[in-house]
Ligand binder design. Structure first.
Ligand SMILES: Cc1cc2nc3c(=O)[nH]c(=O)nc-3n(C[C@H](O)[C@H](O)[C@H](O)COP(=O)(O)O)c2cc1C
Length: 279
């Protein structure tokens, strides 16, 4: 089983490839998830890329990343050494098709020991291929999970699942049946903003997501006690973190909160450490 202390994680995509580390006190961070790396390079979407309101953020970054070959080249060249020397790292991968997820699993096999876990992102709403559509054909998705487990038999594998394109509890059942260890719940939800009279689609995150994440975590943990659940969506402070733990989360992931205040890591991390000392 995964062990992250304190159980506090930087969510994929909000801290790039470790750029956020200089802003936080690492003592209070359990793990850092890297930005999703896809099989092929993605240039991302043109601006505008983010819009925010009091209770939400909408982003349409579009999984901008250099692709798996360039990522591994940089890893080999030591470009990410700084983050590995200070922090437990979770890698995140995605693809345009399920076959690409399988190819990635094969390619990363020699590198997986560098990561405490490997997350596969099956739920990005801001791309035209892959993303949400990976989970709509459930049988093909489950076959993919089984193949990846076979390729990486000893790796701590997490499936990042959203609420669209699937029914969360059923998807978690498939993850469990496939021998994976962990689920990250949830990803952003499809939203829209209007810019100069034009509708622009993006992924919704932030406080507005909290009740949805709480429910997903709660229903999942009620059914599957032995799967490690990372709560991701709407956690902004210690109270939100506490409520996620009450719902059954094993670890807390921070995304939107980091844009508001980098010190949130220290505050929630300190809270979680104290909580584990005085259960
Ligand atoms: C700007 C931005 C970029 C993101 N990029 C990724 C990504 O590359 N991979 C991924 O799995 N999730 C990505 N996400 C989703 C977050 O990891 C997180 O699951 C989501 O924002 C919900 O958590 P929050 O409400 O704490 O932000 C991104 C979110 C934001 C706001």
């Amino acid at each position: 089983m995964l062990k992250i202390t304190p159980p506090l994680i930087i969510a994929s995509g909000v801290g790039g490839m470790g750029e956020y580390l200089s802003l936080i006190n690492k003592r209070y961070l359990g793990a850092y998830t890297l930005k999703t790396v896809t099989f092929k390079e993605k240039k991302g979407n043109l601006p505008p890329r983010m819009r925010s309101g009091d209770f939400y953020l909408l982003n349409r970054i579009g999984l901008e990343n250099p692709g798996i070959d360039a990522f591994l080249q940089k890893l080999n060249d030591g470009e990410y050494d700084e983050i590995f020397s200070n922090t437990s790292v979770i890698a995140s991968f995605g693809g345009d098709t399920l076959e690409e997820y399988i190819k990635i699993a094969e390619i990363i096999k020699p590198y997986v020991e560098r990561f405490i876990a490997v997350e596969f992102n099956f739920s990005c709403p801001n791309v035209t291929q892959g993303g949400l559509s990976t989970m709509t054909k459930r049988e093909a998705w489950m076959q993919t999970l089984l193949r990846i487990r076979k390729i990486l038999p000893d790796t701590l594998l997490s499936a990042k699942i959203g609420i669209e394109g699937c029914f969360v509890e059923k998807a978690v059942a498939d993850v469990r049946k496939s021998g994976w260890n962990c689920v990250t719940l949830l990803n952003t939800v499809r939203g829209l903003f209007i810019e100069n009279g034009h509708p622009i689609a993006g992924g919704l995150s932030g406080p507005i997501m909290k009740p949805i994440t709480l429910r997903a975590v709660y229903e999942t943990k009620k059914l599957f006690k032995d799967i490690y659940v990372i709560a991701s969506g709407g956690i902004m402070d210690e109270k939100d973190a506490e409520e996620m733990l009450i719902a059954g989360a094993d670890a807390i992931s921070l995304g939107t909160a980091l844009f508001k205040d980098p010190h949130v890591v220290e505050r929630i991390g300190r809270y979680l450490l104290k909580r584990s000392e005085n259960p």
